[in-house]
Design a binder for this molecule. Structure first.
Ligand code: MRU
Length: 348
């Protein structure tokens, strides 16, 4: 496996280190976070982004919020724990990994309820490390499964960034591309620029170039033409939440990519760790979609590109209906049929 990527989120001696993804590709800089408020801000401002990385940052962020709670009864400790957890849960609404990680921390805290506060905090640090380390293994396995759907010589289109820096390591959608590279395959990747915040241009192109993978950057509105030319044999994207019926929320524009893939009879694959599957959300219509500030569109990256006062709609994600999804690739295998029936089996 290529060793090309950085660990974008890690925790050492009470400090949460976060690769500031808003500065890539110009500057590679790590934030050193010691307060939960700064962890909240890093998630909100997309300094750490990508569903699994958000979950990991939330687990460590919560740890920062409770690690100095003095010895007390469990009930007093838990009251403070809940307060801090509820606060972090307000940072971003769509990636279910955030809530999944907070829930894991909650379950661990309650499991240790008969211990001292110091021992509970130590157990919570351990749980956050587990969340991080497991994600690395999960991503690698997703890559191995996804690779069975690809072949040497293929052109692959991806949208947004579901790479190593969006996870503990390897990425989800990009994991098979690293494995393909390792096998010496000739894969040509088309990275959608991904308006308005350019995760494809800034992050995916940067990551793949660092790994020596052949990547061509296109703007989002070029994807149809590239498909029409026959340059794309598969689309693979990550996701922020899979509903119980297999509808998938991912970066705004993903739905359009799925429609284009369908029109060109190109398979549309979604790489999703089980931490991204939310059986409590019945369909895509129930997935909360984050809306972000208008300035991301009217003066993104500091330059005004629209008239002052123009009305703007800026959803950060869209939902691709399950009918357009050829397969959902998880660490437990590849689902292709009736998602409504297959997804619950992953949890058995
Ligand atoms: O707003 P972002 O940059 O956090 O959106 C990220 C995505 O849409 C990714 O595709 C998704 O989180 C999967 S990351 C493995």
């Amino acid at each position: 496996m290529a060793e090309a990527f950085l660990q974008s989120v890690y925790y050492e001696n009470g400090v949460l280190h976060i690769l500031d993804q808003t500065k890539i590709p110009n500057v590679t800089e790590f934030l050193e976070i010691t307060k939960i408020e700064d962890a909240w801000d890093a998630i909100k401002q997309l300094k750490v982004r990508g569903a699994p990385a958000i979950g990991i940052a939330a687990a460590y962020g919560l740890l920062l919020g409770i690690k100095d709670v003095p010895e007390s009864s469990f009930d007093d400790f838990y009251q403070e724990f809940k307060k801090q957890s509820d606060y972090l849960a307000t940072s971003r609404p769509t990636a279910v990994n955030l809530f999944w990680a907070l829930k894991r921390m909650d379950e661990r805290a309650r499991k240790e309820k008969n211990q001292s506060v110091a021992a509970i905090i130590a157990a919570l640090e351990n749980e956050a490390h587990l969340i991080r380390n497991e994600d690395e293994e999960v991503c690698r396995t997703i890559g191995e499964h996804a690779l069975t759907l690809l072949q040497d010589g293929m052109g692959i289109l991806t949208h947004c960034n579901a790479g190593g820096i969006a996870t503990a390591r390897y990425g989800t959608a990009l994991a098979p591309l690293y494995l393909a590279k390792e096998k010496g395959w000739d894969i040509k990747v088309f990275a959608d620029e991904t308006r308005p915040l350019l995760q494809g241009a800034r992050l995916t192109a940067w990551e793949l170039m660092q790994a020596g993978i052949d990547v061509t950057l296109i703007t989002d509105n070029m994807a149809a033409m590239v498909m029409q030319k026959g340059w794309v044999q598969a689309v693979i994207v990550g996701c922020d939440r899979v509903a119980a019926n297999g509808d998938v929320a991912n970066k705004i524009g993903t739905y359009g990519v799925a429609l284009m893939a369908k029109a060109h009879q190109i398979p549309f694959y979604v790489a999703a760790p089980i931490s991204t599957i939310d059986l409590e959300t019945k369909t895509g219509a129930n997935i909360p979609i984050e809306e972000r500030d208008a300035s991301e569109i009217t003066e993104g990256f500091g330059k005004r590109t629209a008239p002052e006062g123009v009305k703007v709609f800026n959803p950060a994600f869209d939902v691709t209906p399950h009918k357009l999804v050829t397969a959902i690739i998880t660490e437990k295998g590849i689902l292709t049929g009736n998602y409504q029936e297959e997804l619950p089996k992953l949890f058995q």
